[in-house]
Design a binder for this molecule. Structure first.
Ligand SMILES: CC(C)(COP(=O)(O)OP(=O)(O)OC[C@H]1O[C@@H](n2cnc3c(N)ncnc32)[C@H](O)[C@@H]1OP(=O)(O)O)[C@@H](O)C(=O)NCCC(=O)NCCS
Length: 404
């Protein structure tokens, strides 16, 4: 069955397309919320699928820059994907992904990226799991660091306006050292990150904005809230950390000292934490964090040539990929990466793989050798995987601290 999929033409269509996913969250149409959301996800970047004059699905693309090794690249942030339960498993998602990736390609966005609601959905469309991330729950009795650290700097609780002024540059400092960070627009900061309507607090208190300053300069920030509870006169409450961000590890560890020391709570919780987060290297008892690892950001190379040429590489070298890409056939074929330049080639391939596997390895967090463990990468010449891993390696694991 084929469905007519096209970009939304107005806010009315936009609202109905958003409702395709919104219904699963129990949302109702809400014009004010849709208008606000359209300041981050423009109306024309929301595709709607139509059947018999009604919208039965929606899929959006945040037009942002994503940090990659050595800089940032234009990326379609695949989001708010949903299909009406009346139309499930009839090809609506497939038709929307077709329009979504064709659109990103025409716009010259080399990448698309997403957070998956389920790991089984997006591989078929060429997205690969490019990062791991997980939840951390530190019980109050296990907050000690392994080595006594000298306290550096001071933490201040700031108001929203000061947060708006100081936090974005720290987020961007993180983007300079970690791949996988999307650059937030001023609207995103104001309407999403710092916004705190009481109806979305889920029983928690208001967002607190904490700023660590070292030598008088902003060095790290956290957004958190208290979720208090008591049992038998003892606190079972939590400090829930929405995000704690810094460009430099020592500042992040210092900020976490503050968060872990807050009195009157039983647990300090956060999520989307990469496996090489500084916490795991300062806490005395890492086991006690009950770290639960899952998939983080998924990456799709919309344009293999532009994506490969658009990141930097820690070492020179040459590798020829035989890329299979049934969903975006313009990427199919042999690509030679040499000296940071990517070009089509007739040379014999070193490695054969699907576009999804190349997307997984792209940010440097997942190695070709790891992908080969699951059969996703075939080494056609001995030593090619090790060489490719040397070229693609990145010092720090990708980290996207927000689900978009
Ligand atoms: C997930 C969802 C968008 C799928 O839409 P759909 O229109 O039913 O999907 P399609 O019929 O186009 O299916 C395309 C392919 O994906 C597969 N697929 C779809 N949903 C899947 C799921 N949840 N798990 C595994 N496979 C899935 C289909 O079996 C089909 O496989 P094929 O290529 O082998 O034929 C829809 O079920 C939905 O809205 N779910 C709730 C919200 C959600 O999870 N959104 C995704 C947010 S990231």
């Amino acid at each position: 069955m084929s469905f007519d999929v096209r970009p939304c033409g107005n806010l009315d269509e936009y609202g109905h397309a958003l409702a395709s996913i919104g219904q699963y969250f129990g949302h109702e149409l809400n014009r004010e919320r849709e208008e606000r959301f359209s300041r981050m996800l423009p109306v024309e970047r929301m595709h709607a699928a139509w059947d018999d004059g009604r919208i039965v699905g929606g899929a959006g693309a945040f037009p942002f820059q994503l940090s990659v090794p050595g800089g940032t690249l234009a990326c379609a942030g695949t989001t708010v994907v949903g299909v009406a339960p009346t139309h499930r498993r009839r090809g609506v998602l497939r038709a929307m992904m077709r329009a979504h990736l064709d659109d990103a390609h025409e716009r010259g966005e080399p990448l698309a990226a997403l957070w998956a609601s389920e790991e089984t959905i997006y591989g078929r469309f060429g997205y690969g799991r490019a990062a791991f991330a997980g939840e951390v729950n530190v019980p109050k009795e296990y907050v000690d660091y392994a080595a006594p650290t000298e306290r550096a700097g001071t933490v201040r609780i700031v108001e929203r306006d000061e947060a708006l002024e100081t936090f974005p540059s720290l987020w961007e400092a993180l983007a300079r050292v970690r791949p996988g960070v999307f650059i937030r627009s001023p609207d995103w900061w104001e309407l999403r990150t710092l916004d705190d309507p009481p109806e979305r607090r889920q029983g928690g208190g208001p967002k607190r904005f904490a700023l660590l300053e070292v030598d008088g300069a902003p060095a790290a920030y956290a957004i958190y809230r208290h979720q208090m509870d008591w049992e038998d006169g003892v606190s079972t409450g939590k400090v829930v950390v929405q995000e704690a961000v810094a460009g430099q590890a020592p500042a992040l560890a210092e900020l976490w000292r503050y968060l872990l020391d807050i009195d009157w709570v039983a647990t300090i919780t956060t999520w989307l934490v990469p496996p090489d987060h500084p916490l795991f290297f300062v806490l005395a008892q890492t086991r006690r964090t009950r770290y639960r690892l899952g998939d983080g950001l998924w990456v799709r190379l919309v344009d293999v040539g532009a994506a490969l040429a658009g990141r930097s590489y820690p070492q020179d070298g040459e590798v020829v990929f035989e890329v299979r890409d049934a969903f975006c056939p313009w990427n199919e074929g042999r690509w030679r990466l040499a000296g940071g330049e990517a070009s089509r080639t007739d040379a014999e391939a070193d490695i054969a793989l699907d576009a999804g596997a190349l997307g997984a390895a792209y940010l440097g967090g997942i190695r070709f050798a790891q992908l080969a463990q699951g059969g996703a990468v075939q080494e056609l010449k001995p030593g090619a995987i090790e060489r490719a891993d040397g070229i693609f390696r990145h010092g720090l694991h990708p980290w996207c601290p927000e689900i978009f």
